[in-house]
Structure formats: structure tokens, C-alpha cells
Write a protein that binds this ligand. Structure first.
Ligand code: SF4
Length: 182
């Protein structure tokens, strides 16, 4: 489980998370802050990094990807809402780790996304810096306004669930999966 391997705690500072993640990847140093921010916000990037764990050649390409520079955020602009979002994404990463860092079957992904596309909670992201950064990397950055997650990312992960009840199926979510307690 990633939580045990890198021992991320929600109360950890970003520096502590960088050090723990560097150790987890088999590096002799912490990962850079911008890489860690991208990991927290872009689970597909996280998936690629983790797949290349202990493979220095591949890791080096990912760690030096120029896109990582778009995740530099100065401390001056980091506000409470950004930290709150980061904490939610950290929780998602931990949950995803518990599910073994897998992705859902393409048919399930299509079904989930088709539910999101017909849902009133599927909206354009607010103009917060963190969402602008995500949108720079992923053109499809519409969010679910119930949880604040980028829907196209959330729908890929087996550990994620739709928080809204289905209109016609009791006990099921709009994704037609059992409704979870969030
Ligand atoms: S995750 Fe559920 S509530 Fe959120 S946009 Fe998708 S269908 Fe709607």
C-alpha cells in the first residue's frame, strides 16, 4: 500500500511529502516540489512515475519533463482553497494506492464519463490558479462541482466514486455503481 510505503500523512508538509515520495521511487533525494504538485494533481503522471519506480532512465525522463514547470506555484499565491484541494487530491492518491494504482476498464470509463456529461454537476472549473494549471496540461478539465475533482481523471480511477445518487436506482450513484459514504 502506498500509504505504508511512503507513509504520507495528511498533516505532512509538502517538503516531507517530497522526501517520502523520493524514497518510495528509489531516488537518493526528494522529488522536486513541482513534480510532487503534478503527482498530486495528475494521477496519470503519478501512475507513469510509479510504474517506472526503481528504473532511473525512465524516471529521469519523467522527472525532467518540461510540463512539470507548469506546476511551479509561488508561496505567495498559495491560498487556503488551494491547500484544501491539495489535501483532497492527496486523499485520492492514497485511496488510489490502496487500489493498486490500476485504471478502470475502458468500458467503465466510457460509462462513467457519459454519466458525468449528462449531469448538472459537471461544470467548468472555477478560475482558481490550481485549476488553470490542470487545464494547461489537460484540455478536458471540467470538474464535478460536488467533490471539486477533474471528472476525466476521477473517472479513470477504480478507487473513486460518484457522490450523487442515481435518479431511478436506489442505493446507486449516477455512475450506476453502489453509492459510497464520502
Ligand atoms: S461524478 Fe457524479 S455527480 Fe460528479 S459530475 Fe460525474 S455524474 Fe455528476
Amino acid at each position: 500500500m502506498i500509504q505504508e510505503l511512503i507513509q504520507i500523512k495528511e498533516s505532512d508538509s509538502l517538503d516531507a511529502v517530497c522526501a517520502r515520495f523520493g524514497e518510495f521511487l528509489g531516488l537518493n533525494q526528494p522529488v522536486k516540489t513541482n513534480v510532487m504538485k503534478r503527482v498530486l494533481e495528475d494521477q496519470l503522471f503519478a501512475h507513469d512515475l510509479i510504474s517506472c519506480r526503481n528504473t532511473p532512465g525512465f524516471l529521469s525522463v519523467l522527472l525532467n519533463d518540461p510540463v512539470n514547470n507548469q506546476y511551479e506555484v509561488s508561496h505567495e499565491v498559495e491560498d487556503h482553497s488551494t491547500l484544501e484541494l491539495t489535501s483532497r487530491i492527496t486523499k485520492a492518491l492514497i485511496n488510489w494506492g490502496k487500489a493498486g494504482f490500476s485504471k478502470v476498464d475502458p468500458k467503465i470509463y466510457t460509462k462513467r464519463m457519459s454519466a458525468c456529461e449528462g449531469c448538472s454537476h459537471f461544470v467548468e472549473p472555477p478560475r482558481k490558479l490550481i485549476y488553470k494549471l490542470i487545464k494547461k496540461v489537460n484540455k478536458e478539465a471540467k470538474i464535478c462541482n460536488l467533490c471539486g475533482c477533474v471528472a476525466s481523471r476521477k473517472a479513470l480511477l477504480p478507487s473513486e466514486s460518484c457522490p450523487a445518487p442515481h435518479d431511478k436506482l436506489p442505493g446507486m450513484s449516477k455512475w450506476e455503481e453502489p453509492l459510497q459514504e464520502n
